[in-house]
Ligand binder design. Sequence first.
Ligand SMILES: Cc1cc2nc3c(=O)[nH]c(=O)nc-3n(C[C@H](O)[C@H](O)[C@H](O)COP(=O)(O)OP(=O)(O)OC[C@H]3O[C@@H](n4cnc5c(N)ncnc54)[C@H](O)[C@@H]3O)c2cc1C
Length: 493
Amino acid sequence: MTKSRSIFWHRRDLRIEDNIGLYEASDNSRYLIGVYILDPKILDQNRTTSEAKNWFLGESLLELQKNWESKGSRLLILSGDPIKLIPQLADLIKAESIYWNKNIEPYEINRDKQIIDKLRNEKRKVYTFLDQLIVSPDKIKTKNNEPYKVYGPFYRKWINIINTSKILEDNSIKISSKPEKIIGLDNREILSIKSSNLNYCIIRKSDSIYDLLSSNRFRTTNTCPCRPGESGSIKQLNFFIHSGGIKSYNKGRDIPSLESTSNLSAALSLGTLSCRAAWNGAQRAKNIATDEYQKQSIDTWIKEIAWREFYQNALINFPELENGPYREKWFHFPWQNRPDWFEAWKNGLTGIPIIDAAMRQLKNSGWMHNRCRMIVASFLVKDLLIDWRWGENFFMKSLVDGDLASNNGGWQWSASSGMDPKPMRIFNPFRQASKFDEDANYIRKWIPELSHVSTPNLLSGEIINSERKGYPKPIINHKIQTSIFKELYSNIN
Ligand SMILES: Cc1cc2nc3c(=O)[nH]c(=O)nc-3n(C[C@H](O)[C@H](O)[C@H](O)COP(=O)(O)OP(=O)(O)OC[C@H]3O[C@@H](n4cnc5c(N)ncnc54)[C@H](O)[C@@H]3O)c2cc1C
């Protein structure tokens, strides 16, 4: 094969290390440049992204740009519609081949089909790779060759494929090495791109990337536990492995105040870390684990990585999930959708301490602990009787790790509208608080005005008026609301 002039298009793979498509592109190209496109449809702050996520993206692009330069080439940042920009760029630099890693979201799949058609019509070669999942979705099928709808059997198949396939070497997954050197275009050609009408953006810390990405800057970067950039993600993985977080995950993962989960969700979603690196990190932790409890904890963490793959498989196989409930009858649920209750929920002012602590964590850090995501989601749907899609959308507009597949999966699981057939999963927020925040440390951290209140009262929510200091009374009664929910649910059956 003659080596070509090529473009590598970064999307949810903002790294140089273990990037399958980039490795192939650099191996098969004589000249190679990278491109990232700020696609307004993906950066829509009313629907698909948040200030926190844009901050993570901007910082990660800055590092990626430096990494490309250190290899000898460049990463161009363009802004606009990729359906136009990718073919225009290919034309401008006379690229023969275009490489990228595939995505699984319906918008991106449709968009990419159009781009592939255009490029092939112009006689260019397109090479796409599966990089963001450990196991290819084509391989995870039931005996009847159907996609899995329930996590348990999916997981058993997923782990069996990994353990029995050739991708493993001493329990580690082979990874693509990073390109040592990339030969880029000469300065004259780069100048011609800059002066073209391609909407070329320069990213410097002080520059306009943040204005492009976000009208309001994300200001609470210190409280956000997810660290952006390829190097930040690797450090975070190593910290999780060596600080003991992964070895005590079985207990620690459910206690929000311990802050002992990996915080790698944004890194895995935007691809500053590969899923294979996460798996290999877990295997390294197993090699230094000293007892059975530690090994089991590591296996539990791997099961979380499998949840991520489960929801991505769900979206690939059932793209209609994006538009609403998987289970038809949920379309008929008579939501009450009270705007004042929704505002109280969003702002951490429901008067129920564990709910408000969690929502304030989200507001002030762009992230929320998994246990709390489940509690606040159940509360929105089964206590406030608000359509889960409102919550799903608010999470996407707030989370640093907002990810269509995992977010939709998490909401449909909590609402009981998804593939898992357990409809009456109702979380009692007071019992959840007593079990998972027994000393009320998490509540006190995020609701400082209540720090003087006794632990039992914070957990039960029974706070006397003189101790409230402006903190609201509960907006609903859990027992009454959930019995209304059950009644309404039984009527849609
Ligand atoms: C209502 C709701 C909404 C959610 N929205 C998102 C979202 O937008 N983006 C997102 O990445 N996760 C989402 N989750 C899943 C989960 O809450 C986060 O992945 C997790 O809290 C991230 O923290 P961590 O990186 O410390 O996770 P860890 O506990 O360290 O887990 C490791 C990794 O496994 C994956 N993972 C863990 N739990 C889940 C899960 N239940 N579903 C899918 N993947 C999982 C994540 O990639 C995570 O980084 C949601 C869960 C719920 C209940």
